[in-house]
Ligand binder design. Structure first.
Ligand code: CDP
Length: 231
């Protein structure tokens, strides 16, 4: 029996983290957890309730009212916010425009990280986000930091939103990605950073199959390494 490891995938917006994380989890028979979906669900709740992000009490109170669950599905996992399926809602630009501001709030991060840790206690998990290798799983056996040429990331996300019939221009997508990358990298609370022991995967010139092959090889190496350690 091979040991089951934790795999942390971090990186900038629209680098293809979730595509890789999902495929990797499927191949390895692991759980996939999209940490960004949690921040997006919190943001949707805050927007709907017009929460003032600068009012700590209001934010703390709102967090107490939120229950997020991720239900594995055939085609995709469903994200439930207080029982409502918000899987598609949380991908809309309205949420994308506010999520980095919300994710920079300390109490929001404490709330989300606690859930992320609880969801992955049994190992055998692939989680993607911004602080997975640095804060959520500093002990992950494999850490991947993904990056890609910014212009390519914009085009990829634009096509993704277009295929979902979302009314958005390429300039709006570009502005959103630049702004989120800036806020995510410069916030005080667990900013986006490459963990020192993370392997860099630049997928500018890789297709999904090639990046999966590379990550699978790294995963097998990490699993063998763990198997070789004394129990
Ligand atoms: O658009 P993309 O898929 O790249 O982003 P996401 O993974 O859905 O995350 C949306 C936003 O949530 C990010 O821009 C961050 O502001 C925040 N986030 C975070 O702060 N920490 C994480 N572990 C995951 C996401």
């Amino acid at each position: 029996m091979h040991p089951r490891i934790k795999i942390a995938i971090d990186g900038f917006s629209s680098c293809g983290k979730s595509t890789l994380a999902k495929q990797l989890a499927k191949k390895l028979g692991y759980a996939y957890i999209d940490s960004g979906a949690m921040y997006r669900a919190v943001t949707l709740h805050f927007l709907r309730n017009a929460i003032d992000l600068n009012a700590a009490d209001e934010v703390a109170q709102a967090l107490q009212e939120i229950e997020i669950s991720i239900v594995p599905g055939m085609a995709q996992d469903c994200v439930l916010l207080n029982g409502e399926d918000v899987t598609h809602r949380i991908r809309e630009m309205l949420v994308a425009e506010k999520v980095s501001e919300v994710a920079a709030i300390k109490s929001v991060r404490i709330f989300a990280v606690a859930q992320q840790k609880a969801l992955s206690q049994s190992g055998g998990v692939v989680m993607d986000g911004r602080d997975i290798g640095t804060v959520v799983f500093p002990d992950a056996e494999l850490k991947i930091f993904m990056t890609a040429d910014p212009a390519i990331r914009v085009v990829r996300r634009f096509h993704e939103l277009e295929s979902k019939k979302q009314p958005v221009t390429i300039e709006e997508v570009q502005r959103n990605l630049e702004l989120r990358d800036y806020i995510d990298s410069n916030r005080d609370e667990s900013p986006l950073r490459k963990a020192e022991d993370a392997r860099v995967l630049d997928n500018t010139n890789l297709d999904p199959t090639e990046q999966l092959e590379l990550a699978l090889q790294w995963s097998r190496d990490a699993i063998h390494e763990k198997a070789a350690l004394p129990a």
